[in-house]
Write a protein that binds this ligand. Sequence first.
Ligand SMILES: [Zn+2]
Length: 161
Amino acid sequence: MSSSHSTPLRIRRDESEEGLTVQLSGEITEDARLDQVGPLEGRRILFDLSGVSRVNSCGVREWINFVKRIPAGADVRFTRLSPVMVGYLNLVANFLQGRKPLSFLAPYYCELCDRHVELLFEVGKEVSAASRKLPERRCPTCHGKLVLEEIETDFLAFLAD
Ligand SMILES: [Zn+2]
């Protein structure tokens, strides 16, 4: 695991009247400067985690320490979790400090096009804790049936209360 292959974490902050949107992309490792997100209290913060491509074991520790700093009453939401982040959410207790993501990306494959696509699902809308099933999705190119590249019940385990 040479670090020369890693993509450093990029943190993009977008301030608006709605609050702060923080977009994370690349890899969460021991080098990730999560403190650059800035203060977490007293404001609305929306995390867009769709671009997180890898998390290593040191990165998991960094991330847990980061979410631990979120004050209990803070209006912080996690959206568009990449499949990698969903994997850790299913594996690591307190990965989001007990919070449920608003939405997440699921990895699909189209055999006809030999193509991988990630599709966005909203929690409580297209998929819920009760059903724990993803609705059928069609390939945007050939309209063939897409195959989920994960075991559905394992991938959606985080929805359970
Ligand atoms: Zn296709």
